[in-house]
Design a protein around this ligand. Structure first.
Ligand SMILES: [Zn+2]
Length: 267
């Protein structure tokens, strides 16, 4: 379970120089410690010098559990544990965080705190103060703006659309047909048989109206990954939709048509 939460945070933040200290903090803190019958994570502030890192990990673990809830339930089941709780809401960070001057800061009411640093509000220039005030309302840690996503961050991810971007976009809270279409169209360039397929399927499952969007995309040249999303949804659709998908595969499935029809016949 810890590996799931760690990988969730590390998939992007590990490469950020601003977050390096937060990952180094784990060298001196074993977060999985507790009796065999419970799963406890202890994030110590190490005598007061690592409060920012401790709080940031607490925030990221809560975020990972909320976003990856289906996987949390599956991992628990693999270890013989039945999860009876419902998926928790995505947590607001308390305190929230902000990236400034190449570092992640805890944005407290009276100023900014690093692990062994303090930045008083009176030291901030106008753009920094604006970033701090925005973060007080909506957490601006390395992960939250990608997972809401904030419009400017989403636009940058859609424009770049690496495998990493597709991974994050499939986990966002707010979804749109336009972003699903962007993932499908970029899929052949990313990795059509790995990350992109998983991203298309996950995104489509969480987007109301995804069926119609994917049917339109599958009819486009280069929209082949839309068929994977459709196959992932077809068992919940009425017979007429299944027939329409079969007809579209015959018409547009090209060299994959036989494989897609076989897959459909198994569902
Ligand atoms: Zn955050």
């Amino acid at each position: 379970m810890w590996k799931l939460a760690y990988d969730f945070a590390a998939s992007y933040a590990y490469r950020l120089p601003a977050a390096r200290e937060t990952f180094e903090y784990l060298d001196n803190n074993d977060p999985c410690a507790g009796p065999d019958t419970a799963l406890d994570w202890w994030f110590k502030d190490l005598a007061g010098c690592c409060g920012r890192s401790a709080n940031l990990w607490l925030h990221w673990v809560r975020l990972a559990i909320a976003v990856e809830w289906n996987r949390v339930v599956a991992v628990a089941a693999r270890h013989g544990v039945t999860v009876t709780a419902d998926r928790p809401p995505r947590p607001a960070a308390n305190p929230p965080f902000v990236l400034l001057r190449g570092d992640v800061w805890s944005a407290g009411a009276s100023g900014l705190w690093g692990d062994d640093r303090h930045l008083p509000l009176t030291d901030l220039d106008a753009p920094e103060l604006a970033a701090y005030e925005a973060a007080r309302a909506l957490c601006a840690c390395p992960l939250c703006p990608r997972l809401r996503p904030d419009p400017d961050v989403e636009a940058a991810m859609v424009a770049r659309m690496s495998a990493d971007d597709a991974w994050y976009l499939s986990r966002t809270e707010r979804k749109s047909p336009q972003t699903l279409a962007a993932i499908v169209r970029a899929a052949p360039r990313i990795d059509p048989y790995g990350d992109a397929v998983a991203a298309v399927r996950r995104y489509a499952r969480e987007l109301p109206g995804a069926w119609e969007t994917l049917m339109a995309l599958a009819a486009e040249p280069g929209g082949g990954l839309a068929f994977d999303g459709l196959l992932n949804l077809v068992t919940d659709r009425p017979p007429a939709d299944r027939a329409a998908l079969e007809a579209l595969i015959r018409e547009r499935g090209a060299e994959s048509a036989d494989d897609l029809l076989w897959e459909l016949s198994q569902l």
